[in-house]
Design a protein around this ligand. Structure first.
Ligand SMILES: Nc1ccn([C@@H]2O[C@H](COP(=O)(O)O)[C@@H](O)[C@H]2O)c(=O)n1
Ligand SMILES: C[C@@]1(CO)OP(=O)(O)OP(=O)(O)OC[C@H]1O
Length: 167
């Protein structure tokens, strides 16, 4: 079987995405659609700077080789200034669905030194799952510190499994 016929025979595809934003005082921090209370610093970004939703959207797009969010939402366009990143994720999901795929499960890792995000794990999983029309049990959420190596930085890495919904 050639690699071309193999990829059309298999019902699953893997996607990977990541995003990072610099942090600065006086800005809100939003992760996975959840505003983080008591964050001393927020994301420096053109949009609302939600590094989780950006990485999930890039993971969806990469699974079908559809480019990345910067292609669809250039950070030079004034219309996307301070935009809600749920719009970005919606667009990526729409593109994936239009090609006959849907997310099956998501695994995401947020690297952030402060604040501790553990108490928000369920809310972030639930919110991301809701945006993808998945049960919260299909969104794994892990947190890591940078061990002080990058205190002014938030980073998210995401894998997603896409399943074919039609032939
Ligand atoms: N912003 C964060 C970062 C980490 N955690 C939790 O702390 C534990 C230890 O993380 P290390 O990076 O030091 O291994 C781990 O259980 C993380 O879930 C957190 O809650 N918020
Ligand atoms: C989202 C966009 C567009 O507003 O900008 P940012 O919010 O800066 O985010 P980033 O993840 O750096 O890049 C994607 C851009 O297209």
């Amino acid at each position: 079987m050639t690699s071309k016929s193999l990829s059309s025979a298999l019902p699953y595809r893997i996607g990977y995405g990541e995003d990072a934003h610099r942090l600065a005082r006086g800005l809100p921090l939003i992760l996975g659609g959840v505003p983080i209370p008591h964050a001393e610093q927020g994301a420096v970004a053109h949009s609302d700077g939600d590094a989780v939703l950006h990485a999930v959207a890039d993971a969806l797009l990469s699974g079908l080789a559809l480019g990345d969010i910067g292609h669809y939402f250039p950070d030079t366009a004034a219309e996307y200034k301070e935009m809600d990143s749920r719009i970005i994720l919606d667009r990526a999901l729409m593109l994936v669905r239009a090609r006959g795929y849907a997310p099956v499960n998501v695994a995401l890792v947020v690297t952030l030194d402060r604040p501790k995000l553990g108490p928000l794990r369920a809310e972030i999983a639930q919110t991301v799952a809701g945006l993808l029309d998945l049960p919260a049990t299909e969104v794994g959420v892990s947190f890591k510190t940078s061990e002080g190596l990058a205190p002014d930085h938030v980073q998210t890495r995401v894998t997603v499994l896409l399943g074919r919904t039609r032939d």
